[in-house]
Design a protein around this ligand. Structure first.
Ligand code: NCD
Ligand code: ZN
Length: 377
């Protein structure tokens, strides 16, 4: 049976001033603290240039490693470009940081099997990203026909043991946007895995009950999924609550409440198939608040706090560490981090925005009060 879970807008209600004061005056509950192995972020957009410099520290503060998405302009389509991008990330990092960016290649119709061999040898590439052409931000150079055009590359990925990281949505404009993940599973992912059962696949940022069932039906260790804070906490009502909410718009788009509940149940069950991937995707405010706003939610400053709230609400805080810090490295065949991080039950207010010389970035749950804070130990 599904556990009773808090509704998305209870989270938002926590931010009312009345509630905060009440908590401070009357709460006799001692502060709860959890020490966990340092988490990694298995799906992150770090961008480049000024934006990279602006956002890198919010990830480096909490996470040991991150799988860095390659959807720059131009996209990262070669091992050489991945290496150069990794160097620019290292340069942008605060001096004392131990954060390690794990790089990815952007798959195109033109990617050749040799590039996969070079990528493996480079030692910096940990996955190849499939963007169906036109599915999301900077996906215009993506794949038009996966099985028709990319089979030799996918076969080489099996040989080199490099996982395919999937943006799992079809792009056919006649398919309803809320059905695009389900249709992708049926028409692309299932045939792909029938053809190449040895291919390792991460379904990134899953949003539906259908994706949960699909991942659970696959061979453990071969198919896994990352899950974002927004798809655990918000349903599609959050896009329209009191008016259009561009800062809750990401792709794949938020879904119905039943899907959110299925994802919460899956991640809090303790299954090894699901792990943390924020999909933190910063865009400058003016690119979100405009007539044709970009998809993407900047959540890295709040992500750990929000994941902790989800697990607490489900009565599953004992399963949090596996989701944040074990399942990801185990799937990728990498060592778990040895450093620790502390999560403390303490209220803090998310800034309304972060200001930089080039503009503002509005984080997820801007101005709201959250219940957990992350501290390094
Ligand atoms: C991402 C971005 O902005 O790069 N946007 C998003 O809504 N998640 C791209 C992506 O992961 O789909
Ligand atoms: Zn993404």
């Amino acid at each position: 049976m599904m556990k009773t879970l808090f509704l998305p807008y209870q989270v938002l209600n926590f931010s009312s001033k009345k509630f905060e004061v009440h908590q401070r005056l009357h709460s006799k509950v001692p502060k709860m603290e959890l020490t966990i192995t340092q988490p990694d972020d298995w799906h992150l957009h770090l961008r480049d240039g000024d934006l990279l410099k602006a956002v890198i520290s919010s990830s480096a503060k909490h996470f040991g490693r991150a799988i860095v998405m390659p959807n720059l302009r131009p996209p990262i389509t070669s091992a050489a470009a991945a290496l150069a991008y990794q160097e620019s990330i290292f340069k942008a990092l605060p001096r004392d940081s131990n954060f390690t960016p794990l790089m990815t290649l952007y798959l195109t119709d033109m990617t050749g099997p040799d590039e996969i061999k070079v990528a493996k040898r480079s030692g910096v590439v940990y996955g190849v990203k499939l963007y169906p052409a036109g599915a999301t931000t900077n996906s215009q150079d993506g794949v038009t026909d996966l099985l028709g055009k990319c089979l030799p590359v996918l076969e080489e990925m099996v040989r080199q043991n490099i996982p395919l990281l999937v943006h799992g949505e079809v792009t056919d404009p006649s398919v309803d946007i809320f059905d695009r993940e389900k249709v992708f599973i049926e028409t692309i992912l299932e045939p792909l895995l029938q053809r190449l059962p040895q291919l390792k696949v991460v379904m990134e940022h899953i949003t539906t009950m259908d994706a949960v069932k699909f991942v659970e039906s696959c061979k453990e260790g071969y198919v896994a999924a990352t899950v974002t804070p927004q798809h655990l906490l918000l349903n599609r009502n959050a896009l329209f609550h009191g008016g259009l909410q561009p800062h809750n718009y990401c792709l794949p788009v938020l879904k119905r409440e039943i899907h959110r509940q299925a994802i919460v149940s899956a991640v809090t069950s303790g299954s090894k198939r699901f792990f943390l991937g924020t999909d933190s995707a910063p865009h400058e405010r003016h690119k979100k608040e405009c007539p044709c706003g970009c998809a993407g939610i900047y959540n890295s400053p709040v992500a750990l706090s929000l994941y902790a709230s989800v697990f607490e609400e489900a009565g599953a805080l004992d399963k949090l560490e596996a989701f944040t810090s074990f399942n990801g490295p185990d799937f990728y065949g990498l060592p778990r981090n040895s450093s620790k991080i502390k999560l403390r039950k303490a209220q803090w207010r998310v800034p309304e925005s972060f200001s930089f010389p080039f503009g503002d970035i509005v984080p997820m749950f801007a101005g709201k009060t959250l219940e957990w804070e992350a501290i390094l130990v």
